[in-house]
Every structure is written in C-alpha cells, then in structure tokens.
Design a protein around this ligand. Sequence first.
Ligand code: PBG
Length: 341
Amino acid sequence: MRQVSSGKFPKVRMRRLREHPVMRKLVQETHLSLHQLVMPYFVLKGKGIRQPINAMPGQFRFSTDTLLKELDKLQRNHISSILLFGIPEKKDKTGAGASERGGVVQKTVREIKKRFPDLFVMTDVCLCAYTNHGHCGVLKANGQIDNDKSLKMLAQTAVSHAEAGADLVAPSDMMDGRVKAIRGQLDQHEFTHIPIMSYAAKYASSFYGPFRDAAGSFPGKQKNAPQDRKSYQMNPANIREALREIELDIQEGADIVMVKPALAYLDVLREASQRFHLPLAAYSVSGEYSMVKAAQEKGYLNEKEVVPEMLLSMVRAGARVLITYFAREMASWKSDLISCK
Ligand code: PBG
C-alpha cells in the first residue's frame, strides 16, 4: 500500500501526534493485553516440591499440590490460561508414560480443573520428557526416529490429556502427520470440541537450552541416538519451509498455529499472519526469558520495560496468543504498554 502524504516539513510534523499522552494512546496501532498471555508451568510427581530452575531464575518445578497454591496466587482475572509440561519419574524407550491415565500431567489437570474450573488449561503433547533418549518420537534400532509409530503415542497422549479435562492440546513434537492423527483420535473419543494449537513452525533452536535443563529433556543421552533434533525441527535459515509446515498443519485440522521461538523469528510470524487466517501463537521461549533475566540481574536492562516491548513486536508481527514465562509477573507490572482489558 502506498501512503499519500499531505505535504512535507514544515507543514508535516510527525511529532504533533506524539506531544500529548492521550494523543499518543489514541493513535496507538497495536495493543498488548494480559488476556493474550499464556503462562507455562512444569509439574512433577511428589508433594511439597517447589524446585527452582537453575537456568530460568524465578521459575520452578512444582508438584501438583504446590502448583495449586501457586495458581491460587496467580491473578487469574488477568492471566487466564496456562500451559503444562510434565516431568515424569520414569522414562523408557517409547515414552509410554506420556499417555498414562495417572501420569503427572493428567493427574495435575484433573486437580486444577476441580479447584479452578474457569482456568483455561493447555497441555504440551510430546514424548521428549518421557523417552530415555530424550527425543520427541520413538527411536528405531538404527537410531532414526520412527515418525509413524510416534503418531499413535502422541494421539493417545492427547486423548489422555483431554480425558483429564485439558481445554486445549498443543503438540510440540514436529512429527509429520501428528495434527491429523491427534484430531482423528480426539474426534473418535468425542472430544470434537477440544482445539489443537500446533507448534507448526518449530525451529531446531538453541534458545530451548534452559527449558531442556528444566524438563531434563536433552536429546542424545544415548550413544546410538542423534545428539540434536535437526531431523524433525526446522532449520533456522528457512522461512518458505515454515509456511509449508503451517499450511499442512492447517489442512490437517489445527485451530491455532504457532511459531517458535518468537523473537528471532518475527519475519516468520509476519509472513504467516499475512497468508493464513487462523489465530497465530508466538512462543517466547526459555532462552528469551533467561536472556532478559540475566540482563535484569546484572542491571543492564529493566525487564518491566523490555518485556512488553518484546511482546508488542510479536503482536505487531501478527501473533494473537503469546506464550511467555513472564506472564505471571507481568500481571503486577504497571506499564503504559500493557493493557488489562
Ligand atoms: C518439547 C518442547 C520444548 C519446548 C517446548 N516443548 C523443547 C524442545 O523442543 O527441545 C521449548 C520451550 C522453551 O524453550 O521454552 N518438545
């Protein structure tokens, strides 16, 4: 679109619309609302546990009981959705624990929905925390990831989350065909109303480091297994491929598609928002969180100012749903850039 200008300086003065604070608000093009934020939480089995996560200052691994206490304190009138990650006791070759009815995620979802029925509970659907090799799918004897065998496990996991009361499932494994497999199984089990938010364009990113520390999900803990996720997560150099991934997930039945990480992939968000007409999510990942926390601790940056600025860039790029570890804290920040409505 070409802008027709009404003239030039001195007739045109851009600063006129920036002089008065109300004027600035009136012409503000995008807004960041607390209601778009999703707060991630890590849960593990046990009682009374609230373990600080080393690489993510201010974040904890909770047992179900302490998470309930934490959610009691969460300003749920502002932060109304959470995303759960499970850290199981046992890991095995196929990640069988991911779909157990009594698994830590399933149990925690049940408890949360009993206590806080209005809280919107999303669950991450993946195998990496449940496999002893740390990969997001089942391994073949030759060390390759068995895509199609993994689909069954992922679909069962999604159904077990829905049965426990999850309001939305979010597959993060990057196996081909998983959205279709999950939609099919959800529908067969009468969960036609449960939306899928797919991690559609998920990059093989080093920004996930702190998360893997938190969840104990580093790949390649075994000799014959790949040491990275590059055979299923995307090459950071590619954007055309991301659009194809997103398109395929939409065709398979995704309701919301996600780009992850966010800050280093704003071009992908932008392009996706122009091409596709379903809601876009941006996952501001653990590394983005920890970078800001480190700078905050050193006194180099003020997190209360830079975080809203970072998140607004995602909104500007076209994201609607924002997943950020800052969500809980942000509810108490007073900022011109954050709206409570
Ligand atoms: C599991 C999963 C990961 C993240 C979300 N789901 C880690 C990974 O793919 O290794 C990363 C989240 C973050 O860094 O905040 N597949």
